[in-house]
Design a binder for this molecule. Sequence first.
Ligand code: UD1
Ligand code: MG
Length: 483
Amino acid sequence: MTDSRLAIIVLAAGQGTRMKSQTPKVLHPLAGVPLIGHVLATARALGPAHVVAVVRHERDRVAEAISALDAHAIIADQDEIPGTGRAVEAALAALPADFDGDVLVVSGDVPLLDAVTLADLVDRHRRHEAAATVLSAVLDDATGYGRIVRNDSGALDRIVEQKDASELERALTEINSGTYVFRSAPLRDKLALVSTDNAAQEKYLTDVIGLLRGDGHSVEALPAGQSWLVAGVNDRVQLSDAALRLNAMIVRGWQLAGVTISDPASVWIDRTVSLDEDAEVLPGTQLKGATSIARGAVVGPETTLVDCEVGEGARVSRTDGTLAVIGAGASVGPFAYLRPGTVIGEKGKVGTFVETKNTTLGAGAKVPHLSYIGDTTVGEGTNIGAGTITANYDGVNKHRTDVGAHARTGSHNVFVAPVRIGDGAYTGAGTVVRKDVPAGALAVNVAPQRNVERWVAANRPGTAAAEAAAAASADTESDPETA
Ligand code: UD1
Ligand code: MG
């Protein structure tokens, strides 16, 4: 349902200097989604009539990411006048001229704030008919934040920035979270009066509070239930703090939804992943992107899957996979590397020390040991011998290998693509398959073995090998059974 009287402004024009990064702060990922993606999703969940994001630093990259995350977000450009107050002015200018509802201001770098907390803030603002309602928090260490200054009767008086605060004000522990609801008309009026006459020489949004108060408007500060909700990400320590907290919530959510995760501290699950009931995730596992895990599948230990689909009851152990589809009841690993385009059929197998790429294995097809299989189709029920390599690259182009159904290829084969091995065909151990093998044929091209008797004695006299050979032949001569 749309709240036609609500607009949400997301501030994202700041530089993020403390991240020390080529990547704009609000684009750093958290649980697989850019910081600003969390904020935009929460904003959208409130059903506002408008979402406006303010950009300036790395304008094009940030604006493009915002549009990709929320196609309906309005992008507003902040000019060269710095400060959160100026940013909000830019956002207000981008709203339809007749909008006169409430404006919720949130920061692009506060990712954990949830829709329930924000909805409560808007609700309280409206019930109290306030001109402004600030979300505050009480912190053990308030360093760096703007402080909430209350009068003798406990009412909100103004907000003072750390840089401009007196010693007494710096001792205050209630801080401004940077999240507010304003009635739009008085906000517009007061922003026009805010100057840059302060320690940072910026147009502070926070100055609006004191101005509204001075005019007799009702302004309030509401402390958040838990301070971590309003924690901002300004450096990479805070980024990992937020990631840890969010991951713990995601893992707990899946546990409550019926997924077994015995060691939550070592399992990382992106916000974009989905798991079915009775899936199990073993220690040291990371599930990323659009990965989905079906019922009864067991993933891990020590497995990283990016954008993978794991079918019902499949088993994936010590595996690194990207853009792979693992069929129901299939078995992968330990120590498998599934590269993009791998599709493993139902009850198929990609075993130990096997790398696959752009390859489809039919139902029940197996590549059990020590192989590289690329640009290949393998029919159902086929077994690829241990140590098989597809020579798929001629130095210029990639070529395909096509193995039929129910084939049995020997150990240590090379399939020199393009090549086709027919249904039910066999290949001998060590075969270098350069020509197509017809259905049902046996392909062998290894030269017949020749044993040169007593070669070691003649060519390597005095070596341990020669002594061992001499001892073996003496045994044979004295053994009546073999004599
Ligand atoms: C701001 C508040 C402070 C509060 C703190 C909470 C002001 C003056 N101060 O301080 O009271 O305790 O947030 O985290 O508002 N931004 C712009 N344009 C700008 C500057 C900033 O869009 O010109 C954006 C930033 O991208 C960021 C947000 O506004 O998303 C806050 O900016 P930041 O520089 O982090 O403000 P603080 O100094 O932390
Ligand atoms: Mg900040």
